[in-house]
Design a protein around this ligand. Structure first.
Ligand SMILES: C[S@@+](CC[C@H](N)C(=O)[O-])C[C@H]1O[C@@H](n2cnc3c(N)ncnc32)[C@H](O)[C@@H]1O
Length: 298
């Protein structure tokens, strides 16, 4: 490959964010005079960028150096205005994560632009993952003109907004239980004025779906941990011949078991799975994937 080819590949990888090692190397270089070789080996150089906020992981061995590391991250990329560390794990019903701001501006709210859609978010009080951007575009591309789409667990509304923008859906409905996420979703609707066919509801999907008493061409269930509990609710909302998008965290040898869960939930209400297609849309642990099963339901 010539110089031009190598440059093109480099920028392509940067653009697709497949080069985390680049910023990692830059960060290690910045810290090589301040950390010992052992400490450098423990450093987690990769971090999530959410808008202008870098969310870093500080291993216990480096707790005493967290301020130093955060300042180095801040200085490593001009786009970063806030550096916050994960102060715990994702958890609870609303799948949120505690954050502690270490460097830069003292705030936890930021605006992300995902595929041209503006999303205001506080990653500590609401769930939002920049890593699902490609999956949202995949689903938007499947939506046919005139379809009605229901997004259960809609969070700050990234799925509804991306689908409304990149498809000709007749309507997109979102349901979210976290009041703070719902408030951000409403604000995000306001920030993306052109999307007028979106309706957002605050509440538990198990209460809102029956209350709406409607069926949809497509029902999306982006709750990979524990989503099977809500399969009866999702099925209730899919029209005969419609598609259910069910998410799970699964090892490849158990992908079929996830499909079985949908089949069992269908059998319980005298329906059947007509077809399934599985997409790997993320990695969550060694050999464990975030998958989406696109299931057409009778
Ligand atoms: C994994 S997040 C997905 C959020 C959003 N769809 C996204 O991709 O950013 C799951 C969401 O489901 C919400 N949730 C959990 N249980 C719920 C329920 N019973 N009814 C409605 N929303 C619920 C959580 O608050 C959270 O926002």
């Amino acid at each position: 490959m010539g110089t031009l080819g190598s440059l093109a590949l480099f920028f392509f990888l940067m653009w697709t964010r497949r080069l985390p090692g680049f910023f990692e190397m830059k960060l290690k270089k910045r810290l090589e005079d301040s950390l010992s070789a052992g400490e450098l080996a423990c450093l987690v150089g990769a971090y999530d960028m959410v808008g202008d906020m870098a969310i870093i992981i500080i291993p216990a061995e480096l707790a005493a150096k967290e301020q130093l590391i955060a300042e180095a991250v801040l200085g490593s990329n001009k786009k970063i205005r806030v550096v916050a560390k994960r102060a715990g794990n994702y958890g609870g019903e609303f799948r949120t994560i505690p954050l502690q701001v270490l460097a830069g501006e003292n705030r936890k709210e930021t605006e992300v632009v995902e595929s041209g859609v503006r999303l205001l978010v506080n990653p500590e009080t609401v769930y939002y993952s920049v890593r699902s951007g490609n999956e949202r575009r995949r689903l938007a591309a499947l939506v046919q003109p005139g379809e009605s789409v229901l997004v259960l667990f809609s969070g700050i509304a990234p799925f509804p907004l991306i689908i409304a923008r990149y498809s000709e859906a007749k309507s997109v409905v979102g349901i979210e239980k976290n009041p703070e996420a719902h408030a951000y979703a409403r604000e995000n609707l306001r920030r993306n004025k052109k999307q007028k066919n979106i309706h957002l509801y605050l509440g538990d999907v198990r209460e809102v779906v029956p209350a709406l008493a409607a069926t949809y061409d497509r029902v999306i269930m982006p709750l990979p941990a524990g989503g099977e509990e809500f399969l009866p609710c999702g099925l209730q909302a899919v029209r005969a011949g419609g598609v259910l998008h069910f998410y799970a965290l699964q090892r490849p040898e158990l992908f079929a078991a996830s499909c079985e869960k949908i089949a069992a939930a269908c059998a319980a209400v005298n329906r059947t799975v007509l077809s399934t297609a599985i997409t790997r849309c993320g990695h969550c642990a060694p050999k464990t994937y975030r998958i989406c099963i696109d299931a057409r339901i009778s």
